[in-house]
Design a protein around this ligand. Structure first.
Ligand SMILES: O=C(O)c1ccccc1NCC(=O)[C@H](O)[C@H](O)COP(=O)(O)O
Length: 196
């Protein structure tokens, strides 16, 4: 089970996620209580080993803004959240970094339909921590896709069972308040996602 821990802003939580075996960590570079500057993301990413994918999360920015922030932060992948047009993905292809398309369940759920490398199927309000009907997407997405939205250590095994994703993504479920991560919850989430 591929696991991404999103919305990190403190070195101790980056370290906890890496040590507990996260495959990817996300830095939110768009409007959010979890927002970090590209410079802060670069500092945080400096300690991340090469086998862990660092992902810059964007929503609604134009491709040039995304490109500049991705280059300044040095993130290894770019996640476009919401209804970005296909042209935005095309415009960012030459960055040579994996592109992640994150959408709610009403969108086209074929991974690759927008030339992305990875698909995230999320709640309607990203980063809200609101659970949704994960079982409703079972069998609908194709290719490499991750489930997100309202996951936490207590429900991730059930959600995986219900939806059948290739991976999972979490933010609020490993926090004690919006934007405040907790290392013990990060470790518990990784354990539960992989071992039930
Ligand atoms: O996390 C945010 O605040 C955020 C804001 C704007 C766009 C995307 C955002 N998060 C993206 C993620 O990948 C989250 O991990 C995902 O939406 C799941 O969030 P949660 O339900 O809080 O676990």
């Amino acid at each position: 089970m591929y696991v991404k821990i999103c919305g990190l802003s403190e070195p101790e939580h980056v370290e906890a996620a890496v040590e507990a075996g996260a495959d990817a960590i996300g830095f939110v570079l768009t409007r959010s209580p979890r927002r970090v500057t590209p410079e802060r993301a670069a500092e945080l990413a400096a300690a991340v080993p090469a086998h862990v994918l660092t992902v810059g999360v964007f929503r609604g920015e134009d491709p040039q803004t995304v490109r500049e922030a991705a280059l300044a932060s040095g993130v290894r992948a770019v996640q476009l959240h919401g209804r970005h047009p296909h042209a935005d993905f095309t415009a960012l292809k030459d960055l040579g970094r994996p592109l992640v398309r994150a959408v709610d369940a009403s969108a086209d759920l074929r991974c690759g339909a927008y030339d992305e490398d990875l698909l995230i199927v999320d709640a309607p309000r990203p980063g809200s921590g609101e659970p949704w009907d994960w079982a409703a997407v079972r069998g609908r997405p194709s290719g490499r896709w991750m489930l997100a939205g309202g996951l936490d250590p207590s429900n991730v095994a059930e959600a995986v069972e219900a939806a059948g994703p290739w991976g999972v993504d979490v933010s609020s479920g490993v926090e004690t308040a919006p934007g405040v991560k907790d290392s013990a919850l990060i470790r518990a989430f990784l354990r539960a996602a992989r071992h039930g």
